[in-house]
Design a protein around this ligand. Sequence first.
Ligand SMILES: [Ca+2]
Ligand SMILES: [Ca+2]
Length: 306
Amino acid sequence: MVTLGMMCHVPTVTTTLVLKTWMNVTLVLISVTSIPFARTPWVHTNARVMLGTQEMENLAMAFEIQLILHVRPSLLSDPSVDISVCCVTINKKRSSPFSPDIDECSTNSHSCDVNAVCSNTVGSYACACKAGFIGDGFTCTDIDECASGTHNCHSSLASCTNTMGSFSCSCNNPSSGDGRTCNLPSECQNYGSLNNADRKITYGRPNNYCDSGIGPGWFRFEGSAGTRMPTSYPPTYRCNTDATGWLNGGHPTVADGQVSRTVCFHWSGNCCYWSTNIKVRNCGSYYVYYLSDTPYGCYLLCCGTN
Ligand SMILES: [Ca+2]
Ligand SMILES: [Ca+2]
């Protein structure tokens, strides 16, 4: 506790007092209120200090300022008489020195998390986790946007990767784009459908169909026809045709992109009696085939299987 003894004029109890401290800071006492003068010769009471400037507020944060007036009532009615005693009592609230607010943020004396934003306040500071983090500001943890589903990666064609404070999206092969927008290659989007049940290798040959004149164009095996071409030769007289077509060379991976392959047609003890060149693309969950006219009459057909 520090007590300043000083002289001052109090013409009336509501006058403005200017109290100078030893720190060269001016305290302006705007009003003095609630001074119940009693009949006793001396009255001492508290007065509330109203502070109007930021500096005053800073001081008020650091100290409780108490003004104690010792007044002889009989002298109050005579403005020509000095009030003899006037004391200011300052009670220290904090251990910090009598000074304006410390900016804990710029002086790096805060305890905010490294992933938080520090905001200076009068007498203290505040911490708030940065975007992408969650916590109370003193401890901030990364939000896993991928696991929580709060990412905006493409819903079916992209992969989400969590990062500290953020996440990234990348289009899955064979689609391309920025991860938010991904597009499949055109042949994976625009293709004809081969979906008849009699195209499957388990189907016999009640009729004699063929792929003569098919395409040229991209086709996908789906529905009752199966999901792909067989990669080993089927028996003849299947798929409702005579010479059964199968894919020689196997299916490509997604990374292989668009590849050239041969379709062989099984006939007369030769698994590749006729052949034709096609293109194949792995679209991720299905294949598409670029098919065109078969080589020999209407006896050849590309079969499907699962
Ligand atoms: Ca502060
Ligand atoms: Ca994250």
